[in-house]
Design a protein around this ligand. Structure first.
Ligand SMILES: C[S@@+](CC[C@H](N)C(=O)[O-])C[C@H]1O[C@@H](n2cnc3c(N)ncnc32)[C@H](O)[C@@H]1O
Length: 232
């Protein structure tokens, strides 16, 4: 037992050093590990999101792209997925893989720590997996991010529950805290899924969100989008 803990501590320490050294492949491994599909249930997550062909999605904190490519497949070639991250080496690696695979609907976006820097046209969904606990001043962050949502747009947040290993090392957020902060940022909880054993999975909308950056002359088109995503 003690030996196994000792070995785990060594592996964690070696990974931490390599991450600090900025090795992109190792960062991807650290985020994704072995056998992630069994607990991450990506197909069920994608099904729950109910994306439509042509949707525009931001994968906030895209990391190694675990969800980026799945989102890209879900929205199809007429849709768009913005891989949004503050780590330019991960973004470059992801863009390179998208090119190699012929995935033409993924675009990288180098974010600021306090702003996802999305394009003016806005998105139908801001999706974030295992990123919420990394963000600083989250109420301000998501209140500001509302300008990137098209009317009817949603924010989906998956994060580790504040229990187990992730909680111990601070890579988790209590689900009630996410709800409270998103409420303070002006969002309404639309759906809460409980099929992920280690993580909470919440979907929010923002009543009255008008997609502040988009041209109001496009309102008719976006009005259709709002109806499509009305889950209430
Ligand atoms: C634990 S990884 C999650 C990666 C991916 N979403 C996944 O589920 O595999 C967290 C990612 O969030 C990124 N990140 C941290 N703070 C960020 C911020 N303020 N804006 C955008 N990305 C951020 C990190 O660079 C890292 O790639």
């Amino acid at each position: 037992m003690a030996l196994r803990l000792h070995r785990r501590a060594w592996i964690a320490a070696v990974l931490a050093v390599l991450l600090l050294c900025g090795c992109t492949a190792l960062k991807r491994f650290a985020y994704e590990g072995f056998g992630r599909d069994s607990w991450q249930k990506p197909d069920e997550v994608l099904a729950a999101l109910g994306l439509r062909t042509g949707d525009r999605v931001a994968d906030l904190g895209s990391g190694g792209g675990y969800f980026t490519f799945r989102l890209a497949q879900a929205v199809g070639p007429k849709g768009k997925v913005y891989a949004v991250d503050v780590d330019s080496s991960l973004l470059d690696d992801l863009a390179e893989r998208a090119k190699e695979q012929g995935t033409g609907n993924v675009e990288k976006v180098l974010a600021k720590y306090d702003d996802p820097m999305l394009p003016n046209l806005g998105v139908d969904l801001i999706f974030s997996s295992n990123v919420y606990h990394h963000l600083e001043d989250r109420v301000k962050y998501f209140a500001k991010a509302a300008k990137y949502l098209r009317p009817g747009g949603r924010i989906a947040i998956i994060d580790f529950r504040d229990a187990g290993f992730a909680g111990v090392i601070g890579h988790a957020t209590p689900v009630e805290l996410i709800k409270k902060e998103m409420g303070e940022a002006g969002y309404r909880l639309e759906r809460e899924y409980d099929f992920l054993e280690k993580q909470s999975f919440l979907v929010f909308s923002r009543p009255g969100s008008r997609g502040g950056l988009v041209n109001s002359s496009l309102g008719g088109f976006f009005g259709d989008s709002a109806q499509r995503h009305n889950t209430s």
